[in-house]
Design a protein around this ligand. Sequence first.
Ligand SMILES: NC(=O)C1=CN([C@@H]2O[C@H](COP(=O)(O)OP(=O)(O)OC[C@H]3O[C@@H](n4cnc5c(N)ncnc54)[C@H](OP(=O)(O)O)[C@@H]3O)[C@@H](O)[C@H]2O)C=CC1
Ligand SMILES: N[C@@H](CC(=O)OP(=O)(O)O)C(=O)O
Length: 350
Amino acid sequence: MVRKYRVGILGATGTVGQRFIQLLDGHPLFEVTALAASDRSQGKPYAEACAWRLSGEMPSGVRALEVAAPEPPLDCDLVFSSLPAGIAREIEESFARAGYPVLSNSSAFRMDRDVPLVIPEINHEHLSLIERQKRERGFDRGFIVTNPNCSTIMLALALAPLHQRFGVEASVVTTLQALSGAGYPGVPSLDICDNVLPFIEKEEEKIETETLKILGKLRGESIEEAPMKVSAQCHRVNVTDGHMAAIRVKLKRAASLEEITDALASWRSLPQELELHSAPSHPIIVRTEPDRPQPRLDRDAGGGMSVTVGRIKPDPIFDLRFVALSHNTIRGAAGAAILNAELLVALEYI
Ligand SMILES: NC(=O)C1=CN([C@@H]2O[C@H](COP(=O)(O)OP(=O)(O)OC[C@H]3O[C@@H](n4cnc5c(N)ncnc54)[C@H](OP(=O)(O)O)[C@@H]3O)[C@@H](O)[C@H]2O)C=CC1
Ligand SMILES: N[C@@H](CC(=O)OP(=O)(O)O)C(=O)O
């Protein structure tokens, strides 16, 4: 039998932490052996500390695990982090320094020049920054790899096949983001019922900067940002899970709608070639019905790991417009970090 890697989850009781636990239940490579959260939860069995809010039962293997403080040592080989950004920096660095690979879902390190910000289908070669990071920060076996913001992941996955085939000069994105993106308890119900909130703190800036790093090129031991402009406006809407985005794109080279549809629908990359456990067979699913994608109908496409694209049309101002949708706590968070970990194992970084 193949030995499983023992994993710890920092922020295990939260919205993303619970999704980690659900997705790792029965995983062929990883087994959850350590859980950490705030002092509110520490010292309690997970079943008592965590108000489980996902459909289906809490996996039996974690119920009795005692919730620890997020400090090394933890009884595991690597950690997934879903800590609030304000405390993630210090804690994640302390785990990397103590020798643990850290797969971080938080924004704290994403834009650091020596930290890979990875979507395996797009920029797996950025993982080579790990060597620079270890050398410059004096890490021995540990390191930090991050996954993007949940809206950035959706935009970058939708733009990547177009950028690779035709070049993207500019993109304007308007997001409609689900409530679970704000964690639990999130936005007060009286603020969001019968309403849309046109502000999500730092979200627009993250989309505009992270996308350029992810689509950027590795030059030696640095990332050269993609030479394109991205403009984002973000809104919170009354949907539980599934972020949507209306996206307009200016291409470098003219392309027909057939070529664009083919570029998106036929796109496959390294995770699909390697048949990584969490990799969807199609990272992008193109729908042709006039009223798709929709959060309730499309967020679970590809096990929550595919981005659904629909309403592909020519745009009279830009070249092209379409609507994208992806599951914010699966492809947008826990699933993204797990896919990164599967890739790190396949490429022998772990
Ligand atoms: N929700 C989403 O769709 C996405 C979230 N993210 C990011 O993931 C991270 C987690 O988000 P989310 O799960 O939504 O947040 P939640 O608020 O739902 O959960 C936060 C988690 O962090 C723990 N925590 C809070 N304060 C401390 C502390 N001082 N010390 C130790 N642990 C602490 C909480 O433990 P306790 O229960 O004990 O309080 C809980 O486990 C954030 O950085 C967020 O920005 C990224 C992409 C998408
Ligand atoms: N801010 C996102 C979720 C999130 O936590 O993003 P980040 O990981 O960049 O902080 C949302 O509200 O939907």
